[in-house]
Write a protein that binds this ligand. Structure first.
Ligand code: SF4
Ligand code: MSK
Length: 625
């Protein structure tokens, strides 16, 4: 295939990515960009949401120009088709996050029952707070309390409770809005299942009704499954505190055994982090000629171990293949989500061992070492040991590490932010009221080869901080920002005068890293805390969200729960809904009278920044500040 079709300027703004892409080209290695080119032109029906393969009377398509068929074989029109497709995307995203959360609940129960050696309760205070929130008897000893909490959290997935416990964190005004629309989330699995039921042929054929269920399903993720994943990860592995670390492909070391941790769930990676400090394994690495064992993260597993352990970050979604092209990776260990199925083939082009670990996620050409709660600690040692032995197979002439890493500070959990503020959100609120900080925006989400890699994130965020808007980030956006140098206290120099002064006073960067994709719940928790302190609803706050380069079903769900929670959300890539005028109008404004928020789609990050800055100005005016 002709790899020269895509000019470097349309691939990435990151020097490490461009240098490794060139090495891949020279070595004849195919990556996501070639595969993207090979798919051109992509299906216009699918891009508009106007294709359906829900049943085998189809597949069906609707002609957007009105000349061909206007209904599927069953009679579904464009509005039904688009709403059903979107509902299924949201359900899949909610299922992914929530199933991730479920794995944490199972480990918490196993810890309480003494069945998970290697795991422990690290943040006792958080466990106590959660236990109180879930109505667990405060007098119980710690392990009993952990067990009761785990069992209570399991009920969040079911149908017995009728509402999700974490929604109590919201202002009453928000809950009232949900009640009026009938979108208060009930059980997590309940909402996902009902979304799938309603989108079966011949069930819910009212686009508005379908979209309302999509919002309820998304809320079951945001105020349910994802929040459970975040909170229980903190209980088990510690609530993040600010830590200095490094970012970009330069975090891999030519003289060390390099292990990359990729995926989303910290259960296995935390065991690898522990095992990598084992003196016997470090000695063995030295015997084989390495200076030691070096861990690096990718995507959201990377964010998890960066936030809590300060493990350096190699890159985000679109760097995952190129990380192996360095020829310096002894092992890549993956769990699940956002892991390209191409990685096994790519690893085979080098000496890299590619390990899958989740029974839920197996990959072509991967060696599967299965994770269980009982054997997690042993698995961590086994993975590190296999990586160390593989150092002997490295081919030094093929190693290419084109850039030096740059510093970043990570680990801003809500607790850490409040600590930095002296234990209360008041100083932040005062800075917002005084106009030093105009507002706050969550810039989150993925990479997508349809967008120049990291251009959307970095351009939008540069504009926002320049205009005194504090940026909170997660996921792959967080990696883009760190590589651009936005994540050190010195980055205050890039901010407007008000935000810069606050950052200098507190010693924080103008872009705060709150974690992985499930940790978007830290952002909505912070928004709820600000709203509660001010006595307003979330949609009245001068806040917004943006996903300039999103690609995944999970991102659809995150954006939907942000809007349903009252947060104006700007997408850089259009979701597949434009084939329905009805659905498009509901999403781009129809929700505002009921939820106080809607979506916007703006591919140009400069224009997206302007939209957001205007939105913040309007909210400030309405609040009289
Ligand atoms: Fe076609 Fe209707 Fe079946 Fe979809 S559900 S594939 S529109 S017949
Ligand atoms: S990893 S969901 S590409 S942010 Fe969370 Fe990155 Fe998006 Fe995956």
């Amino acid at each position: 295939m002709d790899q020269s079709k895509t000019p470097a300027s349309q691939i990435s703004v990151q020097p490490d990515t461009l240098a490794l892409k060139e090495k891949a080209r020279q070595e004849g290695i195919e990556t996501v960009w070639e595969r993207y080119q090979a798919q051109q032109p992509q299906c216009g029906f699918c891009e508009l949401g106007l294709s359906c393969r829900i049943c085998v009377m189809g597949p069906c398509r609707i002609d957007p120009f009105g000349e061909g068929p206007q209904r599927g074989v069953c009679g579904a029109d464009a509005d039904i088709m688009v709403a059903r497709n979107l509902g299924r995307m949201v359900a899949a995203g909610a299922a992914a996050h929530s199933d991730h959360g479920r794995d944490l609940v199972e480990i918490l129960l196993a810890v309480a029952e003494g069945k998970a050696p290697g795991y422990k309760i690290t943040d006792v205070a958080k466990l106590e707070r959660l236990a109180a929130e879930f109505g667990v008897d405060a007098s119980l000893p710690l392990t009993e309390k952990a067990k009761e909490l785990a069992l209570a959290v399991m009920e969040e997935y079911g149908i017995r409770k009728g509402h999700l416990t974490f929604t109590k964190r919201l202002p009453a005004a928000r809950l009232q809005k949900w009640q009026q629309l009938g979108i208060t989330p009930r059980g997590i699995d309940w909402e996902v299942t009902e979304m799938l039921h309603r989108t079966h042929m011949g069930v819910d054929n009212d686009p508005l009704n379908l979209l309302l269920q999509a919002l309820r399903c998304a809320l079951a993720d945001g105020w349910g499954g994802s929040m459970i994943a975040t909170e229980l990860s903190d209980v088990l592995f510690g609530t993040p505190t600010p830590k200095a670390s490094q970012v970009n492909i330069g975090v891999l070391k030519a003289d060390r055994v390099n292990i990359i941790l990729h995926g989303h769930n910290p259960l296995v990676s935390e065991m690898v982090v522990q095992a990598a400090t084992d003196p016997a394994l470090i000695n063995r690495a030295r015997q084989l000629g390495a200076q030691g064992i070096n861990l690096a993260g990718l995507c959201c597993t990377g964010n998890e171990v960066l936030m809590r352990q300060g493990i350096p970050m190699a890159g985000n979604h679109l760097l995952q293949e190129l990380a192996l092209v360095t020829g310096a990776v002894e092992a890549m260990v993956v769990d699940y989500q956002c892991i390209m199925p191409s990685l096994g083939d790519l690893a085979a082009c080098y000496h890299t061992l590619f390990f899958s670990t989740s029974p839920k996620a197996k990959f072509p050409k991967a060696t599967h070492l299965n994770f269980t709660p009982e054997t997690g600690a042993d698995l961590g040692r086994q993975l590190v040991s296999r990586a160390v032995e593989n150092f002997a197979r490295r081919i030094p002439e093929r190693v290419y590490l084109p850039t030096e890493s740059v510093p970043q500070v990570s680990g801003f959990s809500v607790e850490a932010i409040l600590d930095a503020l002296g234990g209360t959100p008041e100083p932040l609120i005062n800075a917002i009221k005084a106009g030093q900080i105009r507002g706050a925006v969550g810039v989150v989400g993925c990479n997508n080869p349809k967008v120049i890699h990291d251009y959307g994130h970095t351009t939008l965020t540069r504009q926002l901080i320049r205009n005194d808007v504090l940026v909170l980030d997660t996921g792959c956006a967080a990696v883009a920002h760190a590589k651009a140098g936005f994540k050190t206290p010195e980055a205050a120099d890039l901010a407007g005068p008000g935000l810069a002064a606050v950052c200098r006073a507190l010693g924080i960067p103008p872009v705060l890293h709150l974690g992985s994709c499930v940790d978007n719940t830290r952002i909505i928790n912070l928004a709820a805390a600000l709203a509660n302190t001010l006595g307003v609803d979330l949609d009245q706050l001068p806040v917004a969200a943006a996903a300039p380069e999103w690609y995944s079903e999970k991102a659809t769900t995150i954006a939907s729960y942000a809007v349903a929670s009252g947060i104006f959300t700007v997408l850089g890539v259009a979701p597949p809904v434009l084939g329905s005028k009805t659905v498009t109008e509901i999403l781009l404004g129809g929700t505002t009278p009921h939820l106080g928020a809607c979506f916007a789609v703006e591919p140009d990050p400069e224009k997206a920044a302007a939209l957001i800055i205007n939105h913040i100005a309007k909210k400030r005016q309405e609040l009289g500040i």
